[in-house]
Structure formats: structure tokens, C-alpha cells
Ligand binder design. Structure first.
Ligand SMILES: [Mg+2]
Length: 251
């Protein structure tokens, strides 16, 4: 598949939490997603503007659902911080082939250790992840206080796991898998030139998007650190910012 548009960009690779939807459990802005769906319908039909696809740490089932809501029927989306691609064109899922049985075993061991250390404190392992662990606790300050201990415990055991904090979650991801490695897979199979891609992100996890695309937009609510990589920071929040950024890209 080779996807080209007559516009300046072929593809916008958009983070979900803090961009398309709130990272909290607040309702998702349906009318704004409908506007992105309209954008995508025109992009795919007329090939005159970039298609919006998704690149998220969320479980791939959540990403698939949003991908369908925004009517991206063509370009693969990315879930679980790069573990999975889902292809809307043929409903196929692909786990990164660089993840071996040994890696799955390490993640299984990490889950056991994290349950032992933190389950009694009310730390929940987010359901739906297969080759990574995401941790949640209603008291975000408590959750944040555990990050360095978790990283040390993994290091002691020589487990190849990267530990990072989003606004509300701790992500434990395999070191050799990230949003960027999945974007490489996506671009290779779609034949899209990285120079003709843009990205949208709000936290330092999105530096892996920033590294791959030629133009980055951030919502106003983004971390200051990622804004330094941005070509454009929208004055708007979350999905309103995404709509504004799409507008900027078509100028
Ligand atoms: Mg985010």
C-alpha cells in the first residue's frame, strides 16, 4: 500500500490521552471526534489532506475503538506503546515480531512482583495489556512515589523494562519497544515518507513520535518539556487543540 495526498502531509500520528480524549475517566467529546471523522472521510476519499491515525499507550482494543470512531479506515493505528498495530483496512492485529517468548515471560514475572509489592496498597494493573504493565492508583502522588523503587527492582533483576510516568499511570514497557519502533513498522508497510508526517502529543512519552515525524503539534495542556520539540503549540486544550492543529496543517 502506498498512500499519498496532494497536501503537504500524508499522515498525522496522534496520541490519545490528553490529546483526543482526557487522560482521566471523564467523558469523551463525541462531536469533536465526529469532526475528525469527517476530516478522515475527506482525506481518504479526496486524498487532499493527511489521514489522522492513533499512537497510544492504551490497550489496543481501546485504540481500535477510537480509530473506528474517527473513521480511519485505511492506515494502521498503534496501541500499548508500540506493542500492537491494528489495521483497519483488514481488521488484522500485529504484535511487534521483536517481542519473544522470553520477553513475555519477563512481563509475566514483573506482573507477579508488582502484585506482591503493591496490590495490598490498592495499585491496579490496567486490564487489556499483553506485553507491558500499566499501573493505576486513585492517589496519583502515592503512585508517583513508587516509580523509582519499581525501576530499581527491575534493574536488580536485569529485566529489560522501561519505567515511566504519564499524568495518571505508571507505564512499564519493554525497552526495545516504543511508539517510535511501531511508527517505523507503520511507515515501512504504508510506504509513507517520514518527511510527510506530522505528530500530536502531550507528554514526554510522545518524544518517540516527535523523533519520527517532521512536524509536531502540542495542545496547551502538554508538558512543558515536550512543547520544546513542537513546531506549533495550540492555545486550545485536548481535542479542541487537535482540531486546531489539523486546521493549521491544512493551511
Ligand atoms: Mg498523552
Amino acid at each position: 500500500m502506498l498512500f499519498r495526498t496532494t497536501g503537504k502531509y500524508d499522515l498525522v500520528i496522534c496520541d490519545i490521552d490528553g490529546c483526543l480524549s482526557p487522560e482521566s475517566h471523564a467523558p469523551i467529546n463525541g462531536p469533536a471526534l465526529a469532526a475528525i471523522a469527517e476530516h478522515n472521510r475527506q482525506a481518504i476519499e479526496d486524498r487532499d489532506r493527511p489521514v489522522v491515525t492513533l499512537c497510544s499507550g492504551r490497550p489496543i482494543g481501546f485504540v481500535e475503538c477510537l480509530c473506528r470512531l474517527i473513521h480511519n479506515t485505511l492506515i494502521p493505528c498503534i496501541g500499548e506503546n508500540g506493542v500492537w498495530l491494528w489495521r483497519p483496512a483488514d481488521n488484522s492485529f500485529e504484535c511487534d515480531p521483536a517481542i519473544t517468548d522470553d520477553h513475555f515471560d519477563v512481563i509475566h514475572e514483573a506482573r507477579k512482583l508488582l502484585r506482591l509489592l503493591y496490590e495490598a496498597h490498592g495499585v491496579i494493573q490496567q486490564p487489556g495489556k499483553s506485553a507491558s504493565v500499566a499501573l493505576y492508583h486513585p492517589d496519583t502522588d502515592y503512585l508517583r512515589s513508587t516509580v523509582s523503587t519499581i525501576a530499581e527492582e527491575f534493574q536488580k533483576r536485569d529485566w529489560p523494562i522501561r519505567v515511566s510516568m504519564t499524568w495518571l499511570y505508571i507505564n512499564c514497557d519493554l525497552q526495545h519497544v516504543n511508539k517510535g519502533t511501531a511508527i517505523d513498522r507503520l511507515l515501512a508497510e504504508t510506504g509513507i515518507d517520514p518527511k510527510r508526517t506530522a505528530g500530536i502529543g502531550d507528554t514526554m512519552g510522545d518524544r518517540f513520535i516527535a523523533d519520527r515525524v517532521s512536524w509536531l503539534g502540542c495542545p496547551a495542556n502538554a508538558e512543558e518539556e515536550i512543547k520544546k520539540s513542537a513546531s506549533y503549540v495550540s492555545p486550545h486544550q485536548e481535542v479542541e487543540a487537535v482540531l486546531d492543529i489539523l486546521d493549521q496543517l491544512s493551511r
